[in-house]
Every structure is written in structure tokens, then in C-alpha cells.
Design a protein around this ligand. Structure first.
Ligand SMILES: Nc1ncnc2c1ncn2[C@@H]1O[C@H](COP(=O)(O)OP(=O)(O)OP(=O)(O)O)[C@@H](O)[C@H]1O
Ligand SMILES: [Mg+2]
Length: 301
């Protein structure tokens, strides 16, 4: 483990974490209503605790605030109110220390250099992270091995499949050997086979072998169930439930799937239209779910 010697009971902790955004307004609206401010509350008093070595799944529909929460914890944006600590460090006051002990894995493949090879990309990002050259060279080779890309490492990044690009993103996130890994929808845009293989990879190599604390956002219930020790359901900026998948399911009157758990705690149902058309839908998601919800449907989930 590097950088995070102060990790105590919790690797990640938030207290009443709140984020508000002031929305952009058109010029005409600004002229007509000069004093008006349109503010949306994206996170509303989020309290979360993640223990060292734990895998927490942040589950929520589009627009729930998942990426916003991860961006705050990775020191990319500031909270409006409340506190957040990663590795025992305050994300606002000790951003540099937080950054030294985290890895952030996004699905944004544009952040790689497409004409450079996989190996060159990793060497470049290792340099950006100030890793000494001798250490960087070994680390890059080790990670190419870990993500099973050694035999394609000298090909340009643009030749890689979506799954290979995702594995490159994981390798980049592990360059500084972080104690805490944040993953924002790591299997988004992957086909079901590639998504499964990436999930297996995360479980076997990142969680079981390396014992990292993992904070993973997803809106795929099967992914949360397969990967996570604990699931927090985030909806409209609030944590609606937070426990192990088994415990959440046991709280339902008649048992059920994690899908039913979501409906039970949020009062919302999956859109049958969306779930049946999604290549990543839950097993059996094409059928109508049991009537635990309040008849509300949310588009895009
Ligand atoms: N910079 C910003 N300015 C204004 N509003 C923002 C900004 N960033 C996020 N939001 C709003 O905050 C809400 C939550 O967005 P966020 O990206 O965190 O959701 P999400 O749960 O990650 O959704 P998705 O599943 O689609 O990725 C949305 O309504 C979004 O429009
Ligand atoms: Mg998001």
C-alpha cells in the first residue's frame, strides 16, 4: 500500500455531503431576470462509510448523483456543504494527500492518446504521476500483465477493443498502487461478454488478490450483486438504503431480487421498455417486475 498510512477504520467517509449546482441560463433570461439563480441539489446530505478492503456499490438511476459523488471524493469538484474523507484525509483541505492514495477509473477513453501504444500511454501517465523512471518501467510491465494486455502492448491504443480500452483504464488507475479505487460505471458501453469478463477481472485481481477498497458506481443491479459486499442506493441525491445485497433482499416482505429492492426503497420501477432494449439488462428483465413500486417509471434507467 502506498501513501495512505493514516487509513483507520474507514477508507471513505462522508458526513451530510451536499452538492448544489447553479444552472447556466440563457442570455435573454439573464437580461429579463437579473437577480434569478436556478440551483439544483444533486447530493443532499449523503452519509456513507466504507471500510478498508470493502467493495461498495453505488447504485442509482441516471442523474441520481453517482458521478458527482465520485468526483467530490476524487477531489475533482468541491462539495457545497458537509465533509468527506478518503484514507483519513479531508478531500477539501488535503486534496494532494487524497490524490496520492486513490485511483480513479473512468470510462472516458478520450483521455488516452490514441496514436500511442498501450505501453507508451501507461509510461506517459506514470511520468505525470511523478513515478521514478525505474519504478515506472517495472510497474507498467506488471500492470500490462495484470490486465492481460502484454501481447498487444505495442499496438496503438486506437486498435484496441472497448474491453481492452477499459482494461487499460484500470491499469492506469492502478499505476500509483492506490489503496482506494473509484470506478464510475466501468462496464458501460461494453457488450455483455466483455462486461462479464471485466467484472470477473475486477473481482479476482483487484478485490481478492490485491485487497483494494473499491467504490464502484453502476446502474446495473446484477453487477452490484456480483461484485459488492455492500450496496448503497442513491436516488435524487439521497441514500435510500445501504447494506449487503442479502440483507437488503431480506427486508422485502416476500424476498426478491435486487431489482425489487430498488423499487421497494425508491418507489420507482424499471422502465420495461429500457430494460428490455438494454444489452446489459438483468436476467429476466424483459418481464414485468412485481408490483412493489408506486407505478412510477423513470426514463433512461
Ligand atoms: N457541472 C454541472 N452543472 C450543472 N448540473 C450538473 C453538473 N454536473 C452534474 N449536474 C447534474 O447533477 C445531476 C446528477 O448528475 P450525475 O452525473 O452525478 O448523475 P449520475 O448518477 O452519475 O448519472 P448517470 O447514471 O447518467 O451517469 C444531474 O441532474 C446533472 O445534470
Ligand atoms: Mg454518472
Amino acid at each position: 500500500m502506498s501513501g495512505c498510512d493514516s487509513i483507520g477504520i474507514y477508507s471513505i467517509e462522508t458526513e451530510r455531503l451536499t452538492k448544489r449546482f447553479v444552472l447556466d441560463r440563457g442570455l435573454l433570461d439573464q437580461v429579463r431576470n437579473p437577480g434569478k439563480r436556478d440551483v439544483i441539489t444533486t447530493l443532499d446530505g449523503v452519509n456513507l462509510k466504507v471500510q478498508e478492503g470493502e467493495v461498495l456499490g453505488l447504485l442509482g438511476p441516471n442523474g441520481a448523483g453517482k458521478s458527482t459523488l465520485i468526483k467530490i471524493l476524487c477531489t475533482l469538484i468541491l462539495p457545497s456543504e458537509g465533509n468527506a474523507y478518503v484514507g483519513g484525509f479531508d478531500v477539501v483541505k488535503e486534496g494532494q494527500k487524497v490524490r496520492s492514495c486513490i485511483g480513479f477509473i473512468t470510462t472516458d477513453e478520450r483521455s488516452f492518446y490514441w496514436r500511442l501504444s498501450g505501453r507508451e500511454n501507461l509510461q506517459f501517465f506514470a511520468t505525470l504521476q511523478n513515478l521514478p523512471q525505474s519504478i515506472a518501467r517495472d510497474r507498467v510491465e506488471e500492470l500490462l500483465d495484470v490486465v492481460r494486455l502484454k501481447n498487444r502492448a505495442d499496438e496503438p491504443f486506437l486498435n484496441y477493443s472497448a474491453g481492452m480500452k477499459q482494461r487499460m483504464a484500470i491499469a492506469r488507475g492502478l499505476l500509483n498502487d492506490p489503496a482506494v479505487l473509484f470506478m464510475d460505471e466501468p462496464t458501460r458501453s461494453l457488450d455483455p461478454g466483455a462486461a462479464k469478463s471485466l467484472r470477473d477481472f475486477i473481482k479476482e485481481h483487484i478485490v481478492e488478490e490485491k485487497g483494494k477498497t473499491v467504490f464502484i458506481s453502476t446502474h446495473q443491479l446484477d453487477e452490484a450483486e456480483q461484485l459488492c459486499d455492500r450496496v448503497a442506493i442513491l436516488d435524487e441525491g439521497r441514500i435510500k438504503a445501504d447494506s449487503s445485497p442479502a440483507d437488503l433482499k431480506s427486508r422485502l416482505p416476500a424476498g426478491g431480487s435486487l431489482c425489487d429492492v430498488f423499487t421497494f426503497f425508491t418507489g420507482k420501477d424499471f422502465s420495461e421498455e429500457n430494460s428490455s432494449s438494454s444489452p446489459f439488462s438483468m436476467p429476466g428483465s424483459g418481464r414485468r417486475r412485481r408490483g412493489l413500486g408506486m407505478g412510477m417509471k423513470r426514463k433512461g434507467f
